[in-house]
Design a protein around this ligand. Structure first.
Ligand SMILES: *[C@@H]1O[C@H](CO)[C@@H](O)[C@H](O)[C@H]1NC(C)=O
Ligand SMILES: *[C@@H]1O[C@H](CO)[C@@H](O)[C@H](O)[C@H]1NC(C)=O
Length: 621
């Protein structure tokens, strides 16, 4: 095995044949690469197939043998509310689901050169960040990108380290990947400086990251760590009615009180329903039905109550898990606090090989209500591509007759474009693919409309009454702006002078960009689903804008104001682990050959960790 380095961009050619001839090959290849490099600049000449990449990354002595047991064995922790029987994993041969990806044909040389240049630029950005993380915040949860310090808001087990494992693997950073694997093997999940941890965040970032690293590398120590952590997180289901807790008290969970916990009387919908993919995958790999049973009970609850919420079909933002009641809250969103539970309906369906129809039912009934009540066309200035654009707002309702739309769009909600497109393919619904395209277009439009070229965290627009025609009406626009900016006392001119709103936007409630992935996530999925090359250009525009305004000396930080293009504006000293785990991964993948993590073979959890879709689910063991 020889690793051939291309100057500067660190690209490689995987060679897996006979070692004795490798030196000669290496010399020839080096010469060829050198010549290519001289003629073409820093473009990676070896866009390899996924299989070659996999062979290169995984051809290595395994690093097991140094698994840290940790200061506490979570398998021995008490579990009081053991169900009488476990719901088994659906058995049988997975269904052949419809193809998700567009059938890509050979690309032209100029197209390939461009795509490769973009891909290498993203890879370089990741590498710069990773080197800073290694140097200044190694094994800490986050690197502070301005002051180069470490900080631990996620249990202190190295959130960025674990969250980045699969990005390292996918981007071909072989040495860094195995260095990270060794550091992850040494994590002590037995203790934390924090007294309670978020079950949701720990599941999607850590457990998702470990399972994905295992699925990609088959490195057994990653599975061992996933089980160590999974056993801890499984304690969140030790409640009298088996509903998971929002936060788990680490030390309490180790002590034997004889009763377990009581489920939360108030937990957000995302906290209840976004553990599903991770526990399903853990159950599939370990063949332990208890992990599947834990989340299947939550799914059962959703199934039972879906038709008795304030808007039947939809799930409200807040739930009473103790009383298993989702009928009291009147607010509905696809943004913060709810998003990923909806996202997991079609994705879990795919992860289970189409063998559990309840996820199809949950998707179809919620999606039709999202379409009917939450999706809307924004009123845009004449000449803008209005009918190609949709946004997804929040609604409030005490009953289906009194639904009111709040036309507020969050960056988090930008995932819905990819969500509809992916589900549209899985369930053979072209209309949903089309909705996905329009929703994605809405986020692209919001990026383009801001002076920095970056969409803000939260903004508002005027919703059109109709999706087919919607002429610009200045009177209505001014009313909407002034209703949200009451401090200007009806003075529209004064309001606009100060707020500097791009025309069509009625307020920007949160002007920050937090390095979030949802927009590029949908652009990536749309590209893989449709093959439309315009998405590559949009992705590149988004990437260069984000890079321009978020770059710090060491890494990338949150942008404080996407309307501010002044030279002296500095990013915030904050970089969440999803920047390396999700945002840069999706940017990298859209510029990669489309068989790199094909959506027909993999399904991403909500933290962009790809899980293997099953070819065959074994009978319950
Ligand atoms: C939900 O309730 C409505 C009436 O309230 C009924 O028409 C519909 O069939 C129900 N759907 C399901 C799946 O039970
Ligand atoms: C704009 O909206 C206002 C208020 O609804 C209405 O009175 C007016 O006729 C509209 N203008 C046009 C040109 O449609």
């Amino acid at each position: 095995m020889v690793k051939i380095k291309v100057p500067r961009n660190g690209a490689y050619q995987p060679l897996s044949r006979r070692h004795s001839r490798n030196l000669v090959y290496a010399l020839i290849a080096g010469l060829v690469i050198g010549l290519y490099y001289l003629c073409n600049g820093p473009i990676d000449p070896f866009a390899v197939s996924f299989e070659e990449h996999q062979a290169y990354m995984n051809d290595r002595a395994h690093v097991d043998g140094f698994l840290a047991k940790g200061s506490y064995d979570w398998r021995k922790a008490p579990f009081h509310n053991k169900p009488e029987s476990f719901t088994p994993l659906p058995a049988g041969k997975p269904r052949t689901l419809p193809p998700i990806q567009f059938t890509f044909t050979d690309e032209s040389k100029s197209r390939k050169d461009m795509r490769e240049r973009y891909r290498v630029a993203v890879r370089n950005e990741f590498e710069r960040n990773w080197n800073s993380y290694k140097r200044w915040a190694w094994t800490r949860d986050e690197l502070m990108p301005v002051t180069a310090k470490g900080v631990d808001p996620f249990g202190g087990w190295g959130a960025t380290l674990v969250d980045s494992l699969d990005s390292l693997w996918i981007m071909g950073f072989k040495d860094d990947f195995y260095e990270a694997v060794a550091a992850v093997a040494a994590i002590d999940f037995g203790k934390s400086e924090m007294t309670t941890i978020s079950v949701f965040e720990t599941t999607i970032r850590y457990l998702g990251g470990l399972l994905s690293a295992y699925d990609l590398s088959h490195e057994k120590v990653m599975l061992d760590k996933a089980i160590q952590l999974g056993e801890m997180l499984y304690r969140a289901f030790d409640t009298t009615n088996h509903m998971p807790l929002d936060r788990l008290a680490i030390d309490l969970a180790k002590k034997n009180f004889g009763v377990g916990f009581t489920a939360d009387s108030s937990i957000c919908f995302a906290g209840l329903g976004s553990l599903t993919m991770e526990f399903v995958r853990l159950a599939q790999i370990t063949q332990q039905p208890k992990y599947y049973d834990a989340v299947a009970r939550v799914t059962d609850l959703f199934d039972r109550v879906q038709n008795s919420t304030r808007i039947p079909g939809l799930f409200p933002t807040w739930a009473n898990a103790y009383q298993q009641d989702l009928s009291y809250d009147r607010s509905f969103t696809l943004g913060a606090m709810a998003d990923s539970s909806y996202e997991y309906f079609p994705k879990t369906f795919a992860l289970l090989g189409g063998l559990e129809p309840v996820y199809e039912k949950l998707y179809k009934e919620s999606a039709s209500m999202i379409d009917a009540h939450m999706l809307f066309r924004p009123m845009l200035p004449d000449g803008e591509p209005g009918e190609d654009i949709l946004y997804c707002g929040d609604v409030h309702a005490s009953d289906p007759e009194s639904i009111s739309l709040d036309p507020e769009m969050q960056h988090l909600t930008c995932f819905v474009g990819g969500f509809f497109a992916l589900a549209g393919r899985i369930f053979k619904n072209d209309r949903h693919v089309d909705l996905g395209a329009k929703l994605t277009e809405g986020c692209i439009y919001a990026y383009h409309s801001m002076p920095t070229g970056i969409m803000p965290e939260i903004f508002n627009v005027v919703p059109c009454k109709s999706r087919s025609t919607c002429p610009w009406n200045q009177t209505i626009y001014e009313e909407h702006v002034l209703n949200r900016a009451t401090q200007y006392d009806g003075d529209f001119k004064a309001a606009m002078e100060e707020l500097k709103l791009p025309k069509g936007f009625t307020s920007i409630r949160d002007r920050r960009y937090l390095l979030r992935p949802e927009a590029i996530e949908s652009v990536f999925i749309m590209y893989r689903v449709t093959g439309n090359e315009e998405y590559l250009e949009h992705a590149w525009d988004m990437f260069t804008s984000i890079r321009k305004y978020s770059t710090t000396r060491y890494a990338n930080g949150q942008v404080l104001d996407v309307l501010d293009i002044s030279e002296d504006s500095e990013p915030e000293d904050k970089m969440e682990s999803f920047w390396l785990a999700e945002t840069l991964k999706y940017f990298y993948l859209i510029f990669s050959p489309p068989d790199m993590i094909s959506l027909d073979e993999w399904v991403f959890n909500t933290e962009a960790h790809p899980f293997r879709r099953p070819k065959w689910i074994k009978l319950e063991g």
